[in-house]
Design a protein around this ligand. Structure first.
Ligand SMILES: [Fe+2]
Ligand SMILES: [Fe+2]
Length: 370
């Protein structure tokens, strides 16, 4: 049986030494090369045979939007004021934890505001990098997927992802106060997805895991934010993102019924590894470095905060039901169910799957109808 150590390089999920030993050592690099190993597939079968993907493709064509004209970039954003407005929820990054004896007990309001500002710069930066990952992975799917209906759909997603990179980059540059390089755990995951030679792993890693988490994270941020430009930007990105996750679910659903138990187990392990990498990335280690505090002390407090665990759980509220829909949760001896239980996210298994809900998240067509 593959152990946590084999997959993650550590036995204990919360081993902070091991988590922090993975850091981005090349923060000044501008170009990052990854070797792709998959075959590029032509298909001479042009017959439209996947009704669910045909429907999704038609929807994608009519729900395209233009970041330049559909968002009002003239809205001024006072980032510090926005952070202060949310201070009630955010006064301490550590919820109810007793900070006596830690450096944080000496922090005043300005320190907490600075932290809030950095956390937002970090979050939007990672979203932007993740969006570029989606752009590249989906372009790869155009090349590697064997079905014409999936190539058509993936082509629309490539355009969507270009728009997403564009809006996050523009928001960071014109409304916020600084960038962060890609988080090492996210980068490692993206590299793994891109270099895998099996076309369905691109879908599983990107559409199901990375985008499933992004959809939940965007929803959370959209609810918490009162800044109108960011709110609308996230609503529109989510509108696309729901389709993308549905693309993963609808494409893999049938394909996974054809795999043998060893192949399914490899998918389960891949999904689990991706889940842990994303959980590691949300520890935001680079923010604490930039704040000049002891990163390990900060993360020990973070992991001890029960509210924090609730938040990181919600991030998996799309991933778990979608894995269940794909049959991955209970396939074989239910290995992934055991792992998701250890991660504390199994409670989401019966939430709505994205294959069923994407239509209701189409904010673009809702606005147009209104
Ligand atoms: Fe996206
Ligand atoms: Fe996406």
């Amino acid at each position: 049986m593959t152990s946590n150590y084999d997959m993650l390089g550590r036995d204990e999920l919360n081993d902070l030494e091991a988590i922090l030993s993975i850091s981005n050592s090349d923060v000044d690099e501008v170009i990052h090369a990854v070797r792709a190993n998959s075959d590029v597939l032509f298909t001479w079968d042009y017959e439209r045979s996947k009704p669910a993907l045909i429907k999704l493709y038609e929807k994608a064509k009519t729900s395209q939007w233009n970041a330049e004209t559909d968002l009002d970039w003239s809205i001024p954003v006072d980032q510090e004021a926005e952070v202060r407005k949310n201070q009630n929820a955010n006064k301490s990054a550590f919820g109810e934890i007793d900070l006596k004896g830690t450096v944080f007990s000496t922090w005043g309001e300005d320190d907490w505001v600075k932290l809030g500002v950095e956390m937002q710069n970090w979050s939007l930066s990672q979203f932007m990098h993740g969006e570029q990952g989606a752009l590249i992975c989906t372009a790869q799917i155009v090349e590697t997927v064997p079905w014409i209906d999936a190539k058509y759909y993936a082509a629309t997603q490539v355009m969507d992802e270009a728009r997403h990179v564009e809006v996050f980059a523009r928001y960071l540059d014109t409304k916020l106060s600084g960038h962060y390089p890609v988080n090492a755990h996210l980068k490692m995951l993206l590299d793994d997805i891109i270099s895998d030679d099996r076309w369905d792993m691109t879908y599983l890693g990107m559409q199901i895991m990375v985008e499933g988490l992004a959809l939940a994270a965007f929803g959370f941020m959209q609810q918490m934010s009162s800044e109108p430009l960011l709110k609308k930007l996230l609503r529109y990105v989510m509108s696309d993102e729901a389709r993308h996750v549905a693309f993963g679910v609808l494409s893999l659903q049938d394909f996974y019924t054809e795999l043998n138990s060893k192949e399914i187990r490899e998918r389960q392990e891949f999904a689990y590894e991706a889940a842990v990498r994303m959980r590691d990335r949300f520890l935001q280690q680079e923010v604490w470095e930039r704040m000049g505090v002891d990163v390990k002390e900060a993360l020990t407090l973070t992991l001890a905060d029960p509210n924090r665990n609730a938040f990181s759980g919600v991030l998996f509220s799309k991933i778990v039901p979608n894995c269940k829909k794909l049959g991955l949760l209970d396939a074989g001896d239910g290995w992934l169910r055991t792992k998701f239980t250890e991660l504390g996210v199994i409670e989401y298994e019966d939430w709505v799957d994205t294959g069923a809900e994407y239509d209701s998240l189409d904010a673009v067509s809702q606005d147009r109808t209104a």
